[in-house]
Structure formats: C-alpha cells, structure tokens
Design a protein around this ligand. Sequence first.
Ligand code: EPZ
Length: 426
Amino acid sequence: MESFYIVGRNQLNGSVKIDSAKNALLPILAACILINGEVYLKDVPKYNDVVAMTKILTHLGAKISWNDDNLIVNCACLDACDVPDELARVVRSSIFTLGPITARLKKAKVAYPGGCDIGLRPIDIHLAGLRQLGIKVIDKNGYIYTDGEKISSNDVMLSFPSVGATENIMMLAVFAKGQTRIFNPAREPEIVDLQNFLNKCGAKISGAGGNVISVEGVNDLHGCEYKAISDRIEAGTFLIAGAMCGGEIELDGAVSNHNQALLTKLEKTTCKIKCYNDKIILKSIRRPKSFLEVETAVYPGFPTDLQAPMMALACVSDGYSMICENLFEARFKHVGELLKMGGDIRCKNGICIICGKKKIYGADVESTDLRGGASLVLAGLVAEGYTTVKNIEFIDRGYFHLEDKLSSLGASIKRIKSEERLDNYN
Ligand code: EPZ
C-alpha cells in the first residue's frame, strides 16, 4: 500500500501536460471488442482503470501490447464471451463490455461491475436499453447473461442520461441492421469521442453530444490509430489546485470548452483565467473568494467528478460555499477526512455548507475513492505542516504520475510506502 506525503503551503508555478481522458479511454477499450483488427491508441496513461480493462480484454482473447505510451489492442480473435467477477468488480467500466460482446459474439456473461463506492450505481438503465434492442437479458447470481440472436434496431429512450448506458447501447447498436436512435442520451465530451473513434473504424454514428444519437448498422469494423481527448477532470483538478495554492500554471492540452461550468465558478474566486484552443492558463494572486454555490449535474452542468476537489477549495476560500451533489447519493466520504484537517463543513441531505478558513492543518487522512482522494491531496497542498494521504491506489485509478506533475509545479509531495516512517522526510 502506498501514500502521498505532502508538505503544504507551496505556490504552484509552471506548466503541465494534461493526459488523455480516463473516461474516454475506458469505453474506447470496450469498443475494441467490436473491431476485427488492430487498434493503435496513442498517448495512453497507465491509469489503474485502463490496466484493469486491458486485463478484461486479454481474458476475452484480445492481443494487448504497449509501445512506450501507446497501447495496441487486437480483438480479431476473441475466444471468450464472459467477464468473471474477479475482473469485473475492479472497475465500473467492465459493464461497458456487455454491449460490444453481445453485438460481436451474440451472447455474453458479465459479472456486476465495481468502481468507486460513491453510491449504489445500479445498471437498470443499461439493461433496459439492451432489451429495447431485442436482447434477451437474464440477471442472475451476480451475472448478466445476454442472448443477442434476435437483436433489432429500434428507438431507445433512456430514463436518465446515464454516461455508461449511452455508451453501452451505442456499441450494441453498431451491427444492428437499420437505424437505432438513442433519446435522452448523455452528452459528455467522452460520448462524442467514442462516436468519433467508432466512426474512424467504419461505424455510422451521428448526433453524439446532442439530444438524439443515431446509429446506422454496418457489417463489421476495421482497426485504426486514435488519440483520445484530453482529460477534463484532470485539467479541472489542476485548475482548482492552482486557485488554492496561488501562482501561475499552464495546462497544455486542456480544452476549455469541456470545462465551462468549472471556469465560470473559478472566475468568481478572483482567479485570472486565459483560455486558448489548446491550453488554459490560471493565475491566482490572493486567497480565493468563495465560489458561493455548486450543484452537480449531467454535462454541460457542473461535473460530479469535480465536486470533491471543489470542496477542498471551499475549505480555504474567503466566505461560505454550498455544494449540492445530485448525481451520486454517497459521494461525500471525503468530508470526514477534510474535517480532520480543520475544514468547517456541515452536510445534510446531499447538501454541504462550507465556511472557508484562512488555514487548514496537515493530518493523516485516507482516500475513500478516486476524486475524494484527489481532494485530500489538494487540501494537503495548502495545509500548514505535513499531510499523509493513504490508500492512493484509488487516486492512481484516474491520475497518472500525479505527484510528479505537482512536484514539477513546485509542490512538496512524495509517494511513500504506507509503512515508511514519516520523520525520514521531515
Ligand atoms: C461515468 O460513470 C463516469 N465513469 C463517472 O466517473 C462519472 O462520475 C459519471 O459517469 C457521471 O458523469 C466512467 O465513465 C468510467 P452514470 P457512470 O451512469 O457511467 C445512475 C470518475 O471519478 N444510474 O452517468 O457509472 C447512477 O447511479 C468516475 O472518473 C442508474 O440509476 O455514471 C448515478 O446516480 C466516477 N442506473 C447516475 O445514474 C443505471 O443503469 C449517473 O450515473 C446507470 C446509472
């Protein structure tokens, strides 16, 4: 087990490159199951979740290899249609394989998914979508069994714009003869990226990012070379870190259009932000003022994945802030850890009121999930004294070399074995 050891109160100055998006790469890896040929994915960070997906593909019979930061996936010869519990429970995105396995092999047996413990995270919308396309679905003993022999294109209405369900149904429909239309889909940039990837492999999909996605069935897909979009959540995390620590940072590869909701909030904190077509520069010269309120929502609303980092910012901002989490019913586990650092936070019924403090203090804290862990790192960067953030394997799910990037900006942060004595670093 590893921890981050952080000594707080350093400014952040300099530039970092934003990596390819975890939440674009995971559905793209699932989509490789549809493809009868080699896919060459460029600039793929070895996020723990990406590695977990490559293990699932290998189990299915895919050939996987790395060439530096490039990932080569060949699903020409698949010899299994099942994803066992020990592989599925590691990530939420294992459920994204249900559609493509069913579409390609006409049957699937996939265990219930895992992923960050931020709520119940049911899969009913996924299964309803499969059934609307004529798939026989049996949900039994912790596994989903599908029979896709009678798949047929159709109009699919999602009861909620679920990101994963939208992606699963897009992939399932790729080989269904005729036109499938998905109504009330998720509109995240990662959905558009999946459409662009699949179309580069020969699919005929349109409308992603809007309120109806149309999929014209084709007979098969060929390989391609592809680079996923940059990670808007990593970029957002660094922007929030810059607002908290002071200094001037440049995020190379960041797409400002993908972060409009966050940028609007950060402008209220007196940060100076300049957006270019391939980078964002943030300058913070004083203690941030409160952003007042954040309500998480589906895209293009405020992203739930930045709720925890924003709470760290609220803890040190000048004034009161209100944060309302509308997407996941158990996504406040980081609050208890921020209280240990001196945060003044009161929560009730999915709403937190935070009274910003001039100072918070280092402590031994534990990551409870990916973005909650990131919020504790940000708090450690501004806390007085040192902070140990434990269970950082959660953070490694969706940030690659986070400590190296923060160190290159001037932060004092090291990755240590959890059992190491801390006074080695005092
Ligand atoms: C994706 O999860 C992301 N993960 C999450 O990022 C992100 O927080 C989430 O979308 C929302 O933007 C990946 O893309 C791998 P949803 P997903 O289905 O697809 C409910 C991170 O930190 N729901 O849009 O699981 C669900 O419980 C991760 O990078 C159902 O009720 O999210 C939640 O309340 C965390 N039934 C809401 O919808 C279903 O069948 C949104 O979930 C599916 C979802």
